[in-house]
Design a protein around this ligand. Structure first.
Ligand code: SAM
Ligand code: SF4
Ligand code: SF4
Length: 335
């Protein structure tokens, strides 16, 4: 039975954060001043085991979820992620199994993930120039290795490969056109994401957001684009195609044009809490249930009830007041 929330939104997809750790310190996500040496990440025994994650995923699939995405933190920081991928791929009813990564691990992992049953890869990359990218990832990581990961993913058929670029005013605005040109040439889908006020660490200000409209106008001035119909209801990216047939881009206007009305996404944190919004403060403790011996029916019922009570629409309500509300960090809840 597919649960419906108080705003008539069905539960369709599940994002699973497998770890709150990351080898990058992107300034908009895990700034080093906050996520430094002293920062206490979740201890290992508090993380869901792969068996526990698969059990929770099965309950979601029973409730009507067909799309699962692995994220984090950096999902590849979790050892032997391939075993989890194969456990999830084996669940009947999982039609789409995707991962979001920073693409910084050895490219041979692309093959092993594909062999384990991964279907699609999204890779985050904020600039094509090393100086800007390194300033943003704050881990001295070069662009070339991420491009290799992207190439390997496309070659392995983990597509359509999507590239996610968070655009920040004054930081990587100048990379919009070079990124558009490069990925158009490669035939890959570049998605521009508005910089969001997730968590409390990144010092977000509305002025730092380059809106989807502004990005669209910048691209359109050099490479004319036109809107395309969404693939499905609730698709977060607005799609545009190059008028000369050179492929498409996506614009994710989470701040300037929120899409809460069609948000059908649940999030499972690495320590087994169920969140019904990226900006939620509290999550339902599924790990406690699992470790106290709850059966599958009890698990399904809890998830169903949480969803039926769901009222979240943070981005639609976003205002000067909400910016100061308590929130959890994106690296914890899973981007
Ligand atoms: N580490 C992986 C990666 O970077 O792809 C997966 C987790 S990361 C939290 C998921 C996505 O969230 C990335 O594409 C990242 O750029 C995006 N993200 C992180 N902080 C953000 C923010 N403040 N605003 C918008 N997007 C953000
Ligand atoms: Fe790590 Fe991804 Fe956050 Fe960057 S965006 S710090 S790669 S979790
Ligand atoms: Fe969904 Fe919350 Fe984002 Fe709105 S703010 S689209 S409810 S995750």
């Amino acid at each position: 039975m597919n649960p419906i929330d108080t705003l008539s939104r069905p539960l369709h997809d599940l994002r699973i954060s497998v770890t709150d750790r990351c080898n990058f310190r992107c300034t908009y996500c895990m700034p080093r001043e906050v996520f430094g040496r002293e920062y206490e990440f979740l201890p290992h025994d508090q993380l869901l085991t792969f068996e526990e994650i698969a059990r929770v995923a099965r309950a979601f699939v029973d409730l009507g979820v067909h799309k699962i995405r692995l994220t984090g933190g950096e999902p590849l920081m979790r050892r032997e992620l391939e075993s989890l991928v194969s456990m999830l791929a084996a669940i009947p009813g999982v039609e789409d199994l995707a991962m979001t990564t920073n693409g910084s691990f050895p490219v041979k992992r692309v093959q092993s993930l594909k062999a384990a049953g991964l279907k699609r890869m999204s890779v985050s990359l904020d600039s094509l120039d090393d100086a800007t990218f390194k300033r943003m990832n704050d881990a001295d990581f070069p662009v070339a290795s991420v491009l290799e990961w992207i190439e390997a993913s496309a070659a392995a058929g983990l597509g359509p490969v999507k590239i996610n670029m968070v655009v920040q005013r004054g930081i990587n605005e100048h990379s919009i056109l070079p990124m558009a040109r490069y990925f158009r040439e490669k035939g890959l889908i570049l998605r521009f994401i508005e910089y969001m006020d997730v968590g409390h660490s990144n010092g977000w200000r509305l002025d730092d957001v380059v809106t989807a409209r502004q990005v669209r106008d910048i691209v359109n001035a050099e490479l004319p684009i036109e809107p395309v119909e969404p693939n499905y209801r609730g698709e977060v990216a607005e799609r545009y195609r190059y008028t000369d047939g050179g492929g498409e881009i996506g614009l994710i206007a989470s701040v300037s044009q929120p899409f809460c009305g069609a948000c059908s996404r649940a999030r499972l944190s690495a320590d087994g809490r169920l969140f019904t919004c990226l900006f939620a403060v509290k999550g339902a403790d599924l790990r406690g249930l699992l470790r106290n011996g709850a059966d599958d029916e009890a698990l399904r019922q809890t998830i169903g009830h949480v969803w039926q009570k769901r009222v979240d629409r943070y981005s639609e309500l976003r205002s000067a007041q909400t910016a100061d509300l308590p929130k959890v960090e994106m690296s914890y809840i899973g981007g």
